[in-house]
Design a protein around this ligand. Structure first.
Ligand SMILES: C[S@@+](CC[C@H](N)C(=O)[O-])C[C@H]1O[C@@H](n2cnc3c(N)ncnc32)[C@H](O)[C@@H]1O
Length: 403
């Protein structure tokens, strides 16, 4: 390597020489074979990703003060796009030049908040130090009252093992005397719609905040005119899509019925509660949508959402994973009214937007339906993308009319 790498990861096999004994997670400099400085970042010889680039500035001091500065910058970037008015992703790892730090901010109506975060690299674990002290400093610098916040560490991720870190436990840390329960927290999503769920035990950081822009985009494109709207939310988790669209249609004086389907009983309990909160006549169905689609109600719906988990984790799973998307989208189309809307998402990084379009066209052919592509979207600006880190661009959505 003669020039600074563009991609923020350097693999162990690509390093010609290393300083043995450097503690994992140390801030180290990367040099070319002639000894010229290239950039600095986290080094970790316990990981296949042995170097994570942070900066090309040789004078930059990467310490706790620098971390706090970058956390403030990330907050201000979300504020600039008006995302701090509701729950949002505050820090998205490489995209915010903070490799290994994921932070979601769940904001309640009364201005209390749960800060749910994951630390996935040895370098970040060292830099963050005592999270209580670091977050208290950042919140104070933002003129937010730390007392109103609960910190929730969600470090059970298997990604930590690849860095040689101990798998962590979930842990809630209060920053003051206020009682905030992360096991039943009610928070605002976009459009000031409220949802509640168990962030403590829930998947990933407890909830999927990456759909904010897609929810807004879909609402703008809804052409629904009938008085009663039936929504089928497949892979619903705690019912974000059905509840958001249902609530917004209700505000337009529509009568809404929702049906939530997921494999997780816990998630469905919350989906039901969220639907009931807005009187959206929620029904819930526990089903493996891909293996046991016969359990999904055999009815027609006006709006169908299909938002599976990442079925393609890496390139070698592409074709088996694509089959899963095809199956799920066929089941979704079978249940979409003529003239109804299907909203199809993928959070698999290797499946491009064009690939997802191909899946939808194939599903339509199999189901003898005609599609009109009304719009497409990606993750919102609180999940920004580093210019040389394609791994960070993972979410795609297509909105189609099904005839
Ligand atoms: C990407 S999340 C969906 C997020 C949700 N749509 C939202 O916006 O919050 C995927 C969901 O699919 C569920 N799931 C995973 N595999 C499933 C399967 N085979 N059948 C039904 N649900 C499944 C998970 O429990 C999870 O709730």
């Amino acid at each position: 390597m003669h020039t600074p790498p563009k991609h923020p990861w350097v693999f162990k096999q690509d390093l010609t020489d290393v300083v043995r004994g450097t503690p994992p997670g140390s801030v180290v400099d990367l040099y070319n074979p002639k000894g010229k400085f290239l950039c600095k970042g986290f080094g970790n010889l316990n990981s296949q990703i042995a170097f994570r680039k942070i900066s090309e500035d040789p004078k930059l001091v990467i310490d706790r003060e620098w971390l706090i500065e970058n956390m403030l910058t990330a907050w201000k970037a979300r504020e600039a796009v008006k995302y701090t008015q509701h729950s949002f992703r505050w820090i998205f790892s490489e995209a915010d030049d903070l490799p290994g730090l994921i932070v979601d901010y769940f904001k309640a109506k009364d201005d209390t908040a749960v800060i749910s975060f994951q630390v996935l690299t040895a370098g970040m674990e060292q830099l963050l130090g005592d999270p209580k002290m670091t977050f208290t400093k950042v919140l104070s610098a933002l003129t937010l009252n730390p007392e109103n916040h609960l910190l929730l560490i969600k470090n059970k991720s298997s990604v930590r093992e690849k860095e040689g870190l101990m798998p962590g436990q979930n842990e809630a840390i209060t920053l003051g005397s206020k009682i905030i329960d992360s096991k039943k927290f009610r928070f605002l999503i976009t459009g000031q719609v409220e949802l509640a769920c168990n962030l403590y035990d829930g998947q990933k950081t407890g909830f999927f905040l990456d759909q904010s822009m897609n929810l807004q985009q879909t609402l703008r494109l809804l052409t629904e005119t009938s008085e009663t709207v039936k929504i089928l939310d497949l892979f619903c988790y705690v019912g974000q899509w059905g509840t958001y669209l249902g609530r917004k249609l209700q505000e337009q004086n529509k009568k809404v019925e929702t049906c939530f389907v997921d494999a997780s009983e816990n998630a469905l309990t919350w989906a039901k509660q969220n639907g009931e909160y807005y009187e959206l006549s929620p029904r819930t169905v526990k089903a493996d949508i891909i293996q046991k689609p016969q359990l999904i109600p055999d009815e027609l719906f006006d709006i169908v959402i299909c938002d599976p988990p990442a079925l393609i984790k890496n390139k070698k799973d592409f074709f088996p994973g694509r089959k899963g998307y095809l199956k799920a989208n066929r089941e979704a189309m079978k249940r979409t009214q003529k003239g109804g809307l299907l909203l199809s998402c993928s959070c698999s990084q290797p499946l491009t937007s064009q690939d997802l379009k191909g899946v939808l066209n194939e599903a339509a052919k199999n189901e003898n339906r005609t599609l009109t592509f009304l719009g497409e979207s990606v993750q919102g600006p609180d999940h920004p993308v580093h210019p040389h880190f394609p791994q960070g661009h993972y979410l795609k959505m297509h909105l189609v009319r099904v005839d």
